[in-house]
Ligand binder design. Structure first.
Ligand SMILES: Nc1ncnc2c1ncn2[C@@H]1O[C@H](COP(=O)(O)OP(=O)(O)OP(=O)(O)O)[C@@H](O)[C@H]1O
Ligand SMILES: [Mg+2]
Length: 420
């Protein structure tokens, strides 16, 4: 365990998923042997880093290490590159030249994209692996070398074997030990850790504050397909760090900067005719998430419309004319006057809720107050009239029944112009 942790620190390997730890554990266990190793995994999962870890943890660590990309060397020159040639071996061979197997004798050769290796080269490689022997191109002298081979492929070698493009015996010889590196999709629990690691590193290099992401944004990263794996995640972390205008990013922020993150890593529900509960949950979550994202887009759109068109709510004079027709406009105006309000100067700000216009709210409140006062007055007038009638116009008895003084009753009769 301690070896795994120190290796992680040394090579900047980030992740705690069992799949990654398993691969690292195998690499460290086989590193000290001389066995050939085949590392398989998609593009950008760390195959080259692992080949380095194997070399550095082997007894050859003080010897040389070279990474050769078999897919990048033209077919016509790969044999000469690997095994060397003698003067006159081909048109441009003006002198003898050592190949990698000679120069790196004692060390480790990492053969990347081994699936691309031409068939004749495969035959020569097999011979080196089996007997340590090779021959320079154009020579007949057998030479010996002691190299350790770590090979890698991001293709399914079995398919190449079936189509006759890869030697089966070489495959078995190479894959004495096979280390399969998991794709990011297979260890999505490491995605957030990796993102933070790359974002923090980049911020430190550039001397700015690292970006942070919320739960939704994290979910987006964890459910994206990552065809380019760690290399792609690193690029995304760095691009977002540059593009983002603020340091706290939400899900919709991420989508607006990286629309490709919409391509979710959802398992195919029809893969074997049916989906299990987990798949259904994931799909439901996706639907809900999309709805939430749409709603946020819509909110943004409305705010933007209001802001960019400088929209304003119709002025209060017009609203009052609509809401308070007929009997009460004068009363409402009087209340405004006393309150010292100038409704026409009122303009909603962006901080106000969009739907509830506080100006309108005040108009409603006021109209209620006006009606309340009037109905009380009406009721009072009605009660006085009834009390007087009941007591046949006898003010003393009517006042007692109403619970007011005779003097007050007298004043109110005058005020309401009650005719007895
Ligand atoms: N577990 C990890 N944590 C952090 N960084 C990693 C990890 N694994 C790989 N990397 C980084 O990811 C990048 C890609 O790794 P590497 O080049 O080894 O991938 P690869 O499998 O060889 O890809 P390709 O098939 O495209 O050649 C490198 O920058 C490497 O340092
Ligand atoms: Mg590579």
């Amino acid at each position: 365990m301690a070896a795994i942790d120190s290796t992680k620190r040394r090579y900047g390997i980030v992740g705690r998923s069992p799949a990654l730890e398993n691969s690292l554990n195998t690499a460290l266990r086989v590193a000290p042997t001389d066995l050939s190793i085949l590392i398989t995994g998609e593009s950008g999962v760390g195959k080259e880093v692992f080949s380095r870890i194997i070399h550095d943890n082997s007894p050859r660590k003080h010897e040389k290490f070279i990474a050769i990309n078999c897919g990048a060397i033209p077919e016509g020159t790969i044999n000469s590159e690997l095994f060397g040639h003698v003067k006159g071996a081909f048109t441009n061979a003006t002198g003898d030249r050592k190949g990698y197997f000679e120069s790196y004798d004692g060390g480790t050769i990492f053969l990347d994209e081994i699936g691309e290796m031409p068939l004749d080269t495969q035959t020569y490689l097999l011979r080196v692996l089996e007997s340590g022997e090779f021959i320079r191109v154009g020579s007949s002298t057998v030479q010996r070398t002691d190299v350790r081979i770590v090979a890698a492929t991001n293709r399914k070698l079995s398919e190449r074997i079936e189509s006759g493009k890869f030697r089966e015996d070489l495959f078995y010889r190479l894959a004495t030990v096979n280390i399969e590196l998991p794709s990011l999709r297979e260890r999505s629990e490491d995605i957030y850790l990796l993102f933070r690691y790359f974002a923090n590193n980049f911020a430190e290099q550039q001397g700015f504050e690292p970006i942070r992401i919320d739960e939704e944004a994290r979910w987006l990263l964890e459910n994206y397909q990552w065809p380019g794996n760690i290399r792609e995640l690193k690029n995304v972390a760095e691009q977002l760090s540059i593009l983002a205008e603020k340091r706290e990013l939400t899900g919709p922020d991420l989508l607006s900067m990286m629309p490709k993150l919409r391509d979710r890593n959802l398992p195919a529900i029809t893969k074997n005719g049916q989906g299990d509960g987990m798949q259904e949950r994931e799909i439901l979550y996706k639907v809900l998430f999309d709805m939430k994202a749409d709603l946020n887009d819509l909110k943004g759109l409305i705010f933007e419309l209001i802001r960019s068109n400088d929209l304003r709510v119709p002025d209060m004079g017009k609203i009052r004319a609509l809401q308070l027709p007929g009997a009460y406009p004068a009363a409402a105006e009087e209340i405004d006057r006393r309150a010292g309000l100038d409704n026409d100067a009122y303009r909603p700000s962006m901080d106000d809720p969009i739907i509830v216009d506080t100006g309108m709210q005040r108009a409603y409140d006021r109209s209620e107050i006006v009606e309340e006062d009037l109905s009380l007055a009406n009721a009072e007038r009605e009660l006085i009239r009834k009390a007087l009638k009941k007591h046949n116009g006898r003010r003393k008895e009517a006042a007692a029944e109403l619970g007011i003084s005779e003097r007050t009753l007298y004043r109110k009769i005058k005020e309401y112009e009650i005719v007895e």
